[in-house]
Design a protein around this ligand. Structure first.
Ligand code: GTP
Ligand code: MG
Length: 147
């Protein structure tokens, strides 16, 4: 099964949205296989966002993502990478549809509540950056046959 890396950003943690966000993915039927509340180091932030290092907002992005705790998660399920992106909504909350996480909770592009991997390659890269193999659990749920 496919896995993706999702993270409630510092704004989402400060605003008390961890439970709300976890609930959306649980209700959709996805399975949580790893999670932790953590403070991202500058080094990890720069690695995580290395694709954006030439962008004018890179410094601001690293400052923001290291400004407080984040809630890092690994979710699994069929097509979870793309479906989670759809559930998150467009990058800029101003463009994100109502019903999506960013559409419902975000206002500014710099504080858009949640991160999600955008491809199989980035999911694998990000999961390995944030989690040790032993922090990811393998378990079956009887309910999987109904999803
Ligand atoms: P992530 O899931 O966080 O990676 O978002 P994304 O994949 O929808 O967008 P992208 O990877 O292109 O950009 C990464 C993050 O940079 C976004 O989530 C925004 O928080 C931030 N970002 C993008 N554009 C701007 C900008 O113009 N200014 C600032 N401050 N941040 C930006
Ligand atoms: Mg991205």
């Amino acid at each position: 099964v496919e896995k993706t890396f999702l993270m409630v950003k510092p704004d989402g943690v400060q605003r008390g949205l961890i439970g709300e966000i976890v609930q959306r993915f649980e209700r959709k039927g996805f399975q949580l296989v790893g999670a932790k509340l953590m403070h991202i180091s500058r080094e990890l932030a720069e690695q995580h966002y290395s694709e954006h290092k030439e962008k004018p907002f890179f410094g601001e992005l690293v400052d923001f993502i290291t400004s407080g705790p984040v809630f890092a998660m690994v979710w699994q399920g069929e097509n979870v990478i793309q479906i989670a992106r759809d559930m998150m909504g467009k990058t800029n909350p101003a463009d994100a549809a109502p019903g999506t996480i960013r559409g419902d909770y975000g206002v500014q592009v710099s504080m858009n509540v949640i991160h999600g991997s955008d491809s199989k390659e980035s999911a694998e890269r990000e999961i390995n950056l944030f989690f040790k193999p032993e922090e990811l659990l393998e378990y079956t749920r009887d309910i999987n046959k109904w999803i």
